[in-house]
Design a protein around this ligand. Sequence first.
Ligand SMILES: [Fe+2]
Ligand SMILES: [Fe+2]
Length: 143
Amino acid sequence: MEKSEWEIAWSDCFNVGVPEIDEEHRKFISRVNDLNKTIIGGGDKATVERMMDLMLKEATHHFWHEQELLVRWKYPDTAAHTATHAQLTTQFARVMKEIEESDISFVWALKGLRLKQLLVEHLLKEDMKYRDFLREQTGYTGQ
Ligand SMILES: [Fe+2]
Ligand SMILES: [Fe+2]
């Protein structure tokens, strides 16, 4: 399998222009890459589960942080955005459970790819919407 299929290269087009959020996005993408590398490299289940636990904790924190900022910015679609975070968290937990229930590393690999896809889709479709909203605001200082 091509390396590129497993790794997400950070691109500046992922930037929302809020340094603390961009940093969290960057970190999360590197976590997904690490997870997929570990799975492909034959990492054991306990390691994979530990990495996923950490990712879920960080994702939960990130979503909370993002929602807090959306409220502060008076982003009009905060409720809808918050709902997509809840969906993502549910999907994440489901993937974790599926990995837990399978001892086949190929299955873990497919789930890892699925997580990557969910994350990138959210970043590109949903987070970019509030980036555009912020860009339209005059006098925005990033706070
Ligand atoms: Fe988001
Ligand atoms: Fe985000």
